[in-house]
Design a protein around this ligand. Structure first.
Ligand SMILES: Cc1ncc(COP(=O)(O)O)c(C=O)c1O
Length: 423
């Protein structure tokens, strides 16, 4: 048997191997706490000297399977699952940065993330500076001795802008900074940030990993490649942590230092752990990730081409369309296709767009993506509503933009629904 399994096989089998019962599917462990063998066992677990379970805010056997599965899909060493994608972002970035520190983020991000960075993080004293995604040099210009991370989305929600990973990764490496990639809209099936030197990945499992639009979840993956000591920027990793018996994460946990710090810090102190039921549902979703992504991408291409030919459509944006401003980057980094999200504007502007959204009948008007069902959204009035109009322009969200998160129905039926709604 091959030593390195393909991503399709990892998706199907995940980290689970049938246990003593022979159960072919991962068991759902609905238990808040786990019985200690004796007092020494309990003390060893609390001192992180033994592996095992203590309390479900910290970890849970069903959730561990989700963590190991996503870590394997991303080529990482360990992962920590969270209640939502947003908590995964919060947990990861507050494990790297604290009061007085800085993070450099792309200006093309999910609106909720821009909001978290520019309001909540600022209130906590973490200064997130936004660089222009289409100008890698603008990231470098923002580096100071307080910078702790560089943050990008692999395919930016909603404009599907694609960063130049090689250029941004080189800048992060040059300055000893971990590159963090939100891989939600790409999924490890289409893109693996580890191949471009990223230190960690986050996902909103609410989207393609779960795939069914039924449960919320998030995960942060430690890709195990970042050298905390050589960087010189992270005393919290290289010096004893007084809040955890003086452990030194880089020394005691090696390549999984970040994963242990996220669990022993943000997860222990703030919470935000997923329901084990949700972990199981996301694991079931992952089993078909590769097949769904294939169909998602195929349908998105067909719909993008059809919209391009429609005389009722003002403009269409999908990086897979020749002539698109991201086409070259899409060809370089996304050989299996640049995701399953497209944006377009209806002739007649915002009003005509609103009428279109109200007329779709098969597609769903909602604020989500990565569902098996096709979802249409008007970001300026929903997901990106809290941003200033300047931030919206910078994130590639003009007011007439309609986002389509293309599902896996028959492409002909999706197109027919668009045709009737546009007319
Ligand atoms: C790219 C991206 N990252 C993170 C999130 C946050 O995930 P969640 O809604 O699971 O908190 C979202 C949500 O839409 C997203 O689109």
């Amino acid at each position: 048997m091959k030593e390195k399994l393909s991503i399709d096989t990892i998706a199907v089998h995940g980290a689970y191997r049938p246990d003593a019962t022979g159960s072919t599917n991962p068991p759902l462990y609905l238990s808040n706490a786990y019985k200690f063998r004796d007092a020494k066992h309990a003390a060893d677990l609390f001192d992180l000297n033994a592996e095992g379970y203590i309390y479900t805010r910290l970890h849970n056997p069903t959730t561990s399977l989700l963590e190991e599965t996503v870590a394997a899909l991303e080529g990482g060493v360990a992962a920590v699952a969270a209640s939502t994608g947003h908590f995964a972002e919060f947990m990861l970035l507050t494990s790297l940065a604290g009061k007085g520190d800085e993070i450099i983020a792309s200006d093309c991000l999910y609106g909720g993330t821009i909001n978290m960075f520019s309001s909540t993080f600022r209130r906590f004293g973490i200064n997130v500076k936004f660089a222009r995604q289409d100008d890698p040099a603008s990231f470098e210009a923002l580096v100071t001795d307080k910078t702790k991370a560089v943050y990008i989305e692999a395919i930016a929600n909603p404009a599907s802008d694609i960063p130049d990973f090689e250029a941004i990764s080189r800048i992060a490496e040059r300055h000893g900074l971990p590159l963090i990639v939100d891989n939600t809209c790409a999924t490890p099936y289409l893109f693996r940030p580890v191949e471009y030197g990223a230190a960690a990945v986050i996902h909103s499992c609410t989207k393609f990993l779960g795939g069914h639009g039924s449960v919320m979840g998030g995960v942060a993956v430690d890709l195990g490649v970042f050298d905390w000591v050589a960087s010189g920027r992270f005393p919290e990793f290289t010096e004893p942590d007084p809040s955890y018996h003086g452990v030194v994460y880089s020394k005691d946990f090696g390549s999984s230092a970040l994963a242990v710090k996220m669990r022993a810090g943000a997860m222990r102190d703030v919470g935000g752990s997923p329901s084990p039921y949700n972990s199981m549902a996301i694991l079931q979703g992952i089993q078909t990730l590769h097949l769904r992504m294939e169909r998602h991408v195929e349908n998105t291409r067909k719909l993008a081409e059809w919209l391009k030919g429609s005389d009722r459509v003002a403009w269409v944006n999908y990086p897979g369309l020749p002539g698109n401003k991201n086409f070259a980057l899409a060809e370089k980094y996304f050989p299996k296709g640049p995701g399953a999200m497209l944006t377009f504007g209806v002739k007649g502007g915002v009003e005509a767009g609103r009428r279109f959204i109200e007329k779709v009948s098969l597609c769903v008007h909602a604020a989500n993506l990565g569902d098996v069902k096709t979802i249409v959204t008007h970001p300026a009035s929903t997901t990106h509503r809290q941003l200033t109009s300047r931030q919206r322009v910078s994130a590639g969200v003009p007011d007439d933009l309609i986002r389509v998160a293309v599902g896996i129905e028959s492409a002909e039926d999706i197109i027919s629904d668009f045709e009737q709604a546009l007319s």
